[in-house]
Design a protein around this ligand. Sequence first.
Ligand code: FAD
Ligand code: 2HG
Ligand code: ZN
Length: 512
Amino acid sequence: MIRCLRISTTMFAKKSIPGTILFKRYFDRCLSNIPELTKNRYPVNRGDYAILNDNHVQFFKNLLDNRIITDPDECESYNIDWIKNVRGYSTCVLKPKTTEEVSKILAFCNENRIAVCPQGGNTGLVGGSVPVFDEVILNTSLMRTIYNINGTSGVLICQAGCVLEDLDNALAEHGLMMPLDLGAKGLCHIGGNVATNAGGLRLLRYGNLHGSVLGVEAVKADGQIIDLLSALKKDNTGFHLKHLFIGSEGVLGIITKVAIQCPPKPLAINLAFLGLPSFKHVLKVLKQAKRDLGEILASCELIDQSTMRVSTENLKLRLPFPEEYPFYMLIESHGSNTVHDEEKLTVFLEEIMKNELILNGILAKAPSTIRKIWELRERLTEGFVLDGYVFKYDISLPIENFYSLVPVMQERLSGLKDVIRVSGYGHLGDGNIHFQVSCREFSQEILQKIEPFVYEYTSKLRGSISAEHGIGFRKPKYVHYSKSPESIVIMKQLKTLFDPKGILNPYKVLPP
Ligand code: FAD
Ligand code: 2HG
Ligand code: ZN
């Protein structure tokens, strides 16, 4: 039975959560949570790379005008990933400002066989953005120039180190927005987003980066600059080489510039937050939302009860209604006409209420309410870290099976006393679930109960073991669960073509 459907009527104009404040709070809280060195926790051997010496460091200092960090304490935060899963021990962080500097760094490293870990905002979730051993870190945070925003074509051209949220704010002045949005927007760089082919909260509406990235400029391992920076919507002259860099996770080259097609900022935004009794009901609501909302459906996210408690208990955030439900859905519409959108939403909400598909709901229009509700969803990654250690799985499954893994794993892990929660949430509209097992601290016993079982399960259903976060350090040996032997051979051949000495992000992405 539907208890209520509150409508919050204030005018909309969604603004993002101030990312920098959010991340500062998180880092303050988690600073003491330092993981074991990756080389000690996982069975991995250092490759035959040079050990950095004073001459190497002097070369970098001269080239970068001292934009280099060599103090081990200062290097610490660049060595540890955001979710505190992995830790390298690099003593050299390089901060180039230009493509030419990146090119000279790589040419030198290639010549001297120095391994390099490309790093953007270091928010990656698969251990790809930090060194495994002592790789030099090439961080793009000083490459943050916006070259052009074309208000008519909607094309943005910028350097790879621009922070996603900064780009979104700059585009807003032209009535545009970035085609992707993620909880890490206050820290992640556009180069990192392209390198991971990041998905995010509104992929359902705006598509993935293979669609919106028009061009890239990248530097190969030997320092050669490849200009693929087309800003054209249509360009079929030969192979679309830019696609090789989208999702390449730093193993084929370093992305230095991007051209991106940006959509107009929606004039009307509404968010429905719903409480539901079962996953069967969730599927029916998804189907109805697609049918009734059509082109204005921008986001359709699912959170189960156990995950929602991460927000309410760990982060002390408040639900818009006092009762708890087995499932919650966030359904956002983006449109250009308030009246038109409200008509569609009314039809949708009446239909799901009439059919008793939801137990409770709120329709938010006020930006502050919308922001508060999204916080419950966007801060989950941060909230999970407060449990202790999180085993994360980012999986695509056929929609009927979207949630089936969670009860299977709850059963499989029941009785293990160190497990805090086994739960799932994610991008329902895209068929991409984030399955999590959190515990007080890392445990080999729990890891072995989860892997490779979770990948076998996914593979049997013809799902993907990496829907949006990539392969990084954590998953290379499992790639075969989602890719054929022939495609793995081609991946390795491409790696050899672009980086014959294997200096770029070693130990990552490619199966051993
Ligand atoms: P980094 O983490 O620094 O690097 C990621 C990978 O890209 C590494 O392998 C690195 O070597 C490589 N790389 C970085 N920059 C370059 C470059 N210029 N050239 C070549 N290689 C490079 N991901 C999603 O897909 N969807 C989400 O909704 C989402 N939400 C998130 C929410 C939170 C709170 C957090 C912490 C993470 C989230 N992520 C999400 C994961 C992460 O934010 C994305 O993968 C993001 O795109 C990484 O960008 P970054 O700049 O932080 O890259
Ligand atoms: C999200 O959808 C991100 O919020 C992060 O992809 C998911 O923390 C995660 O596993
Ligand atoms: Zn996600």
